[in-house]
Design a binder for this molecule. Structure first.
Ligand SMILES: CC(C)(COP(=O)(O)OP(=O)(O)OC[C@H]1O[C@@H](n2cnc3c(N)ncnc32)[C@H](O)[C@@H]1OP(=O)(O)O)[C@@H](O)C(=O)NCCC(=O)NCCS
Length: 156
C-alpha cells in the first residue's frame, strides 16, 4: 500500500466506493464524481487529500481542509476539518491509520492547531476510529458527535 496525493484520475474510483458506502447506509453526503472533484480534489480550502492505493486500486482517502469563516459545519475558522472514507472491502486493515499519519503531518506543516471530525452519532465504527487516532468529543450538535484532535498538546 502506498499513500499519495489524490489526483483527478482517482475521482472515478473514489466516487465508486463512496456509492457503496451510501448504499450500505454509512454515507449521507453526495457521492457523485463532480462532488468528489469539487469537494476533495479541487476544494479551495484543501490542505491535503491523500489516497491509499494498492496495485492500482484506491483503498481509501482522507481529506483535510481548513475551516473557512461561516463554514456549514460550524467549525471554528482556522481549524482543520477531516473526513475519512475507506473502501468497504479494505476496512480494518490499517488504511485509515496510515492515512492519518500523513494528514497529521500535513496539519502540522500547515500550522493547524486543532482538527474537527464531525461524525454521525449512529456510526460506531467511525467514532471508534477517530477515538483510536486521538480525537476527543468536544460538542454534540443534533445527530452528530464532533471530535477534536489537538496538535498543540494543550488541554482545552
Ligand atoms: C471508520 C473508518 C474510517 C475506519 O477506517 P479503517 O481503515 O477501517 O481503520 P483502521 O483499520 O486503520 O483502524 C484503526 C483503528 O481504529 C479503530 N477501528 C477502526 N474500525 C473499527 C471498527 N469497525 N470497530 C471498532 N474499532 C475500529 C480500531 O482501534 C483500529 O485499530 P486496530 O485495528 O488496531 O484495533 C472506515 O471504516 C470507513 O471509511 N467507514 C465508512 C465511512 C465513514 O464512516 N467515514 C467516517 C465518516 S465521518
Amino acid at each position: 500500500m502506498i499513500i499519495r496525493d489524490a489526483v483527478l484520475t482517482d475521482v472515478e474510483q473514489m466516487s465508486g466506493f463512496l456509492k457503496e458506502l451510501t448504499a450500505s447506509g454509512k454515507r449521507k453526503s453526495p457521492d457523485s464524481e463532480p462532488f468528489v472533484r469539487a469537494n476533495y480534489i479541487e476544494d479551495p480550502g484543501k490542505i491535503r487529500c491523500s489516497i491509499a492505493e494498492e496495485n492500482g486500486i484506491v483503498l481509501g482517502f482522507q481529506s483535510l481542509k481548513r475551516a473557512e469563516a461561516g463554514n456549514k459545519w460550524g467549525v471554528e475558522p482556522g481549524w482543520g476539518i477531516i473526513g475519512t472514507h475507506i473502501r468497504p472491502s479494505a476496512a480494518r486493515r490499517g488504511v485509515g491509520r496510515a492515512l492519518f499519519g500523513v494528514s497529521h503531518k500535513a496539519a502540522e506543516d500547515a500550522s493547524i492547531e486543532k482538527i474537527d471530525a464531525s461524525i454521525a452519532n449512529d456510526n460506531p465504527e467511525a467514532l471508534a476510529y477517530y477515538e483510536a487516532m486521538g480525537f476527543r468529543t468536544y460538542r454534540t450538535p443534533e445527530g452528530l458527535i464532533c471530535k477534536c484532535f489537538d496538535l498543540t498538546g494543550q488541554p482545552d
